[in-house]
Ligand binder design. Structure first.
Ligand code: AHR
Length: 621
């Protein structure tokens, strides 16, 4: 079989083509990328009324020694709930507290990962009826061993008002299933609020769990779509993501219950942190905002203006002058420089809903007039028929079987070349073919992406979904990056992304394969230059979606004699013994790309493409 690559001409691939989509789903942020160890740090998870839900906080001590409740006495106006501990036992007298004291503990997100030698910053707000003596400790899951501990002591007069306490705890032992304890042996009433524990080694001190951040960095995302998804919509508008509730000091954020993915988030990862994440990844933020529509209720277009104002304010927060109303809040939060926000999506998957078009047009007009350069993304699919409204991009989502997705490599071949471009902001193989992240799923996605690369004259951006899952609370399967508090691995779908890390902004070359192979063999080729060392490569990617090996002769035309260098050229293959093989915590590297030298690198190469594999030939020019 002949694969011909024509290196004499090419077309530029958009610089934005391959990016990532971060949604607060599967504990992607809370219990994931956001490194906060305490879950429900403000005791607010049951909402603003008492009794609130303190889960996963639990009580240490019997009812005869301690009564724990919630009240609305917090010093924070937007989140009034505080935890109240009525300590009935004492260090002396008839009711002696048990050794170790009574109090509460928080196991974080299915156990905190505490590492020997590392420092953890605990911040909490406390008030008490008398003098205060509280032990703050990191311990194993049953309260022992103690990994680190310190005491908070305050006189009755100091502690009678809410006081902020900060302590640094250095772990003397490691434990992947730890908890934070607040205990006392002194009778009296103690209130706690906004209890946080953060490791001191987050990415640049910005609060991101470093090893998860690095997984994102490695695929060189060219944009970051955030923060959802359905998370933005909510089952009901009252539970939608509303950015103004997620900015300002973390202590003052009310947090909210994401009722689509059914968990509470303290919104430590709020509007600013998402923009910061994009900046840290050196990528373009794409903000999806609520357009007055949730899954079950919607605001009529005649009264949608508060939502429009909220979107305009959110843009001003991101990129306004530090002296502007919302830009000044950003500056106060430590980021005076505007963020480079140039794309917004008006809602998510709302096309066809009663008020979508009416609302959309109003948002579009207001944003176009205030920010003429901002590109707007419509939820309506323009791939088969032209949109009936103005937009810079249309959103396209697809979750389907492996065969379907592989054949959708040709989805955009016949799409009109005029009009708004496509943003394939969510795609994945789902269902039985996907397992919990199978090779089969990854290969079908590789085929689909090759199709997008070839159609990148009209497909401007694409991102896999969902990106993250904490294995303890899988709300959607499969996902690209799997973790718990201490382990992580990429699924084959994640590793497929790495093959496309150089594509955005590269030059696409023409490739031809005999027509009778096109149902199981897909190939594309790019040429790109590594800006670190200025070396140029031809990268040829081939998916074999069939069960037989393919003997392939690759010939490259349009190059000078001897213009491929053997040393420095390589081959990378993603495959495995079985199509449904997947990675796991015990075998994180079962299905990962393997790289080898390409001994016969040249303008003419005979190669064998393994059955069910994704191969990249990287030829140094
Ligand atoms: O990616 C998971 C969900 O799929 C997203 O929240 C939504 O946009 C889509 O339905």
């Amino acid at each position: 079989v002949q694969l011909h690559v024509n290196a004499s001409t090419g077309r530029l691939i958009p610089e934005t083509l391959f990016g990532i989509f971060f949604e607060e789903i599967n504990h992607a942020g809370a219990g994931g990328l956001w490194a906060e160890l305490v879950s429900n740090r403000g005791f607010e998870a049951g909402g603003p009324n008492t009794p609130s839900n303190i889960d996963p906080w639990s009580i240490i001590g019997e009812e005869s020694s301690l009564v724990v409740s919630t009240d609305r006495s917090s010093c924070f106006e937007r989140n009034k709930i505080a935890l109240k501990m009525d300590v009935l036992c004492d260090s002396q007298g008839d009711n002696i507290c048990p050794a170790g004291g009574v109090g509460v503990y928080n196991p974080g997100f299915w156990g905190m990962n505490i590492e020997e030698g590392k420092t953890y910053k605990v911040v909490l707000y406390v008030r008490s009826s008398g003098s205060l003596n509280v032990s703050v400790s990191l311990t194993g899951s049953s309260g022992t061993p103690t990994l680190a501990a310190a005491n908070i002591i305050a006189s009755a007069s100091e502690a009678s008002n809410w006081t902020k306490k900060e302590i640094l705890l250095q772990a003397k032992e490691s434990n992947t299933n730890s908890r934070l304890q607040l205990t006392t042996t002194n009778k009296g009433v103690i209130w706690f609020d906004q209890v946080s524990a953060m490791p001191n080694d987050t990415y640049k001190g910005h609060g991101f769990r470093t090893e998860l951040f690095e997984m994102l960095e490695a695929i060189k995302p060219q944009f970051l779509r955030f923060p959802g998804g359905c998370f933005v919509e909510g089952e009901w508008l009252r539970n939608a993501f509303r950015w103004k509730e997620t900015v300002g000091p973390w202590e003052e954020r009310p947090g909210h219950f994401g009722d689509v993915w059914m968990y509470w988030t303290d919104d430590g990862m709020g509007h600013l942190e998402f923009l910061q994440l994009a900046e840290d990844l050196k990528t373009r933020p794409i903000w999806v905002f609520n357009n007055g529509i949730s899954h079950n209720d919607q605001v009529d277009s005649s009264v949608v203006s508060p939502f429009i104002q909220e979107a305009l304010d959110g843009i001003e927060f991101a990129r306004g002058d530090p002296n502007s109303t919302w830009g000044s809040l950003r500056a106060k939060m430590g980021h005076p420089e505007p963020f480079d926000l140039r794309y917004v999506a008006i809602g998510n998957e709302d096309c066809g809903k009663k008020n979508y078009l009416g609302n959309y047009l109003k948002f579009h007009e207001a944003i176009r007039s205030a920010y003429p350069d901002i590109k707007m993304i419509s939820n309506c699919d323009g791939s088969s028929k032209p949109l009936d409204h103005p937009a810079d991009f249309y959103d396209f989502h697809v979750y389907t079987s492996a065969n379907n997705l592989f054949s959708m490599a040709h989805k955009f071949d016949k799409t009109s070349r005029t009009g708004p471009k496509a943003f394939v902001s969510e795609y994945a193989v789902t269902g039985d073919d996907a397992g919990k992240g199978s090779l089969l799923a990854g290969l079908a996605e590789a085929g689909f992406l090759i199709g997008l690369e070839k159609n990148s004259d009209i497909v401007e951006m694409a991102s896999y979904a969902p990106l993250f899952v904490n294995s303890n609370d899988r709300r959607w399967n499969p996902d690209a990056i799997v973790y718990d508090s201490s382990h992580l691995y990429g699924t084959p779908s994640y590793w497929v992304q790495q093959f496309f890390a150089e594509s955005s902004g590269a030059t696409l070359l023409d490739t031809t394969i005999p027509a009778n192979y096109s149902s199981s063999l897909l190939a594309s080729a790019i040429t790109w230059t590594n800006s670190d060392d200025d070396k140029s490569y031809i990268k040829i990617k081939i998916v074999n979606f069939g069960s037989s090996p393919v003997n392939l002769t690759i010939s490259i035309s349009g190059l000078d004699q001897n213009s491929i260098q053997k040393s420095g050229s390589s081959k990378t293959v993603l495959t495995s013994a079985n199509l449904m093989d997947e990675n796991s915590f015990s075998e994180p590297n079962k299905v990962v790309p393997t790289q080898s030298l390409l001994e016969n690198a040249g303008k003419e190469m005979d190669v064998v493409i393994l059955p069910y594999s994704f191969t990249s030939f990287d030829l140094l020019k």
